[in-house]
Design a protein around this ligand. Structure first.
Ligand SMILES: Cc1cc2nc3c(=O)[nH]c(=O)nc-3n(C[C@H](O)[C@H](O)[C@H](O)COP(=O)(O)O)c2cc1C
Length: 216
């Protein structure tokens, strides 16, 4: 198996959490003897090369972060430049996000599931997982620890069913947190979290409260 992996994050590779996740995923591919080539759409100058790889290959994996509940705008722009192919080509997705509950990513997942049909290709499923806000802030050793589970998904991918298998579905973790956990998180966000966001905003030059109503 040879996989073309496209990082769909607008963040440059050095700061991209998706990049660190891909690094772990490909270890799983290599372990099972699959080969791969990786690309990132963050630099528009490379789009022609990526498009060429998409055209010439049949196993495509787009790994992307959830941005504002859906797909990063830059990735949408890139996807619009892809030509239609046929069912010999398969696209799978690895969708990752900051918030940890699976329910946060379902809208993005549904959107992605529709894309292959538009491009005339087969759908290989979507691996869905949150809780990734902080990866890029950790040192290399901790990054490897936190992204390690993706290696097993790389191994699974080589078995040929994309992410359509039960193991991939289970990888998401809890769909919703239990009510007590949600209540505690709400409290933390409304107190400590709010203060932290306000402090960060102030350090970037914001002089008004973050919840100030501008209209009406
Ligand atoms: C502009 C922006 C919007 C985001 N929106 C969401 C969101 O709606 N839900 C969520 O769970 N995480 C959201 N996140 C968090 C990212 O999905 C998460 O940090 C991801 O790991 C970033 O991957 P990247 O560094 O490769 O771009 C957002 C991050 C940014 C920068």
């Amino acid at each position: 198996m040879h996989v073309v992996i496209i990082n769909g994050s607008p963040r440059v590779q050095k700061y991209s959490n998706t990049d660190k996740i891909i690094a772990s995923f490909v270890k799983g591919l290599s372990k099972k003897g699959a080969s791969f080539e990786t690309y990132a759409i963050s630099n528009r100058k490379s789009w022609e090369i990526i498009r060429d790889a998409y055209i010439k290959n049949e196993e495509i994996l787009i790994a992307l972060p959830l941005y504002v509940e859906c797909i990063p705008g830059l990735l949408l722009e890139f996807l619009e430049t892809l030509p239609r192919k046929n069912e010999h080509t398969r696209i799978s997705f690895l969708l990752q996000s900051g918030f940890a509950e699976g329910c946060q990513l379902r809208c993005g997942e549904e959107f992605l599931a529709k894309l292959p049909e538009y491009l005339g290709v087969r759908y290989g499923g979507c691996l869905v997982k949150g809780d990734n806000f902080g990866i890029r802030l950790l040192n290399e050793e901790k990054q490897e620890q936190i992204t390690k589970p993706y290696q097993a998904m790389g191994e699974l991918f080589t078995e040929g069913d994309g992410f359509l298998r039960e193991e991939a579905k289970k990888f998401t973790g809890p769909e919703y947190f239990p009510l007590p956990v949600r209540l505690i998180m709400q409290l933390v966000f409304k107190t400590f979290g709010k203060k932290m966001f306000q402090k960060a905003a102030a350090s970037w030059g914001c002089a008004v409260p973050l919840d100030k109503k501008i209209w009406g």
